[in-house]
Design a protein around this ligand. Structure first.
Ligand code: GLN
Length: 311
């Protein structure tokens, strides 16, 4: 089939690339990931799956988990969330603190670290940290219809040991009253959600609700309303790649969320849920080959949220 060939071609082209970016090295478990990996999974609205390269190899989803955290937090508190987190691209690095002072501890959006830390605080309401982490993991497992998905403890522990910037962000927001639980508890939740390990196939499965107006037809359940799914996609498109979000949108025309583990979840609404993984990162901390692979996929398939509607 045509799409099988496109996906296989892209994987072969990525395998031949020498400019692969830099693998994250702020914690040993990520620094140890071989730079030569590339995986891709495309799951169509009818459930048809196209895999290439290292699509079955587990990696740390890191900031891609912010999409699932946001979805759960919106389910818990609805639009009240927007009193504590903004919806604007930051134009700054994912772990930047600069805007928090002038903006009174309200993070620009849910996909920078500060925003995801506020969301972890929301997810803690009424739960012990262990329960909140369990809720996130259970949610991801149900989205992917896969109970084998788990948290990499070595990654979670290393995040805690080296998370000085995240502690700074959290303490700063707590000073403004925008965190309601102790910083250690909130970051415990945040570090564990970042440490969820998945492969491209599982991640593309977990993203199906975003391509399908909030529903997972093949799994027979509804995750969010159509409006909420569209809004999450809008945020992914405008903020999902930090200070590289404009360039990612320009190149792919698709909503996407990256993680510093080298994964990207992208959505072609109505058509496909796509996951790519290559651990080498560009200057802004997004997968270098993952972005390129998605750009080529979008070009060759014509998938874009800006495609004129026919009829
Ligand atoms: N765990 C990472 C951090 O908090 C996640 C960042 C990312 O994936 N961009 O710094």
């Amino acid at each position: 089939m045509e799409l099988d060939r496109i996906v296989a071609d892209i994987a072969a082209e990525m395998a031949a690339m020498t400019e692969r970016g830099r693998v994250a090295d702020y914690i040993p478990p990520l620094a140890a990931v071989p730079a030569d990996r590339f995986g891709m999974a495309v799951i169509m609205a009818d459930g048809t799956t196209h895999l290439a390269g290292d699509a079955e190899e587990l990696f740390s989803i890191q900031s891609i988990s912010k999409v699932f955290g946001l979805t759960l937090a919106l389910g818990a508190v609805g639009d009240a969330l927007w009193q504590r987190v903004g919806r604007e691209p930051s134009g700054s690095a994912f772990n930047s603190i600069v805007q928090l002072e002038s903006e009174h501890g309200i993070p620009r959006n849910p996909f920078i670290n500060a925003g995801a830390i506020v969301i972890a605080d929301v997810l803690l309401s009424g739960y012990a940290p262990r329960e909140a982490i369990g809720n996130i993991l259970r949610f991801v497992r149900s989205l992917a219809s896969d109970d084998s998905i788990s948290i990499d403890r070595a990654v979670a522990d290393a995040e805690l040991e080296t998370g000085f910037r995240n502690f700074a962000l959290a303490n700063y927001m707590r000073a403004f009253g925008n965190l309601h639980h102790p910083v250690e508890m909130v970051l415990g939740v945040y570090f564990h959600q970042c440490a969820i390990a998945m492969n491209c196939r599982q991640l593309a499965l977990a993203g199906r609700y975003l391509m399908n107006d909030g529903r997972v037809p093949s799994a027979g359940f509804c995750v969010v309303t159509p409006q909420r799914a569209r809004r999450i996609n809008a945020l992914m498109m405008s903020c999902g790649h930090y200070d590289n979000s404009g360039d990612f949108a320009f190149r792919t025309g698709l909503p996407g969320k990256s993680g510093v583990g080298g994964g990207i979840l992208a959505v072609a609404p109505g058509i496909a849920s796509i996951a790519v993984w290559s651990p080498g990162l560009n200057q802004q901390g997004n997968s270098q080959l993952g972005s390129l692979a998605l750009e080529r996929l979008a070009q060759r398939t014509g998938w874009s949220v800006f495609e004129p509607r026919k009829g």
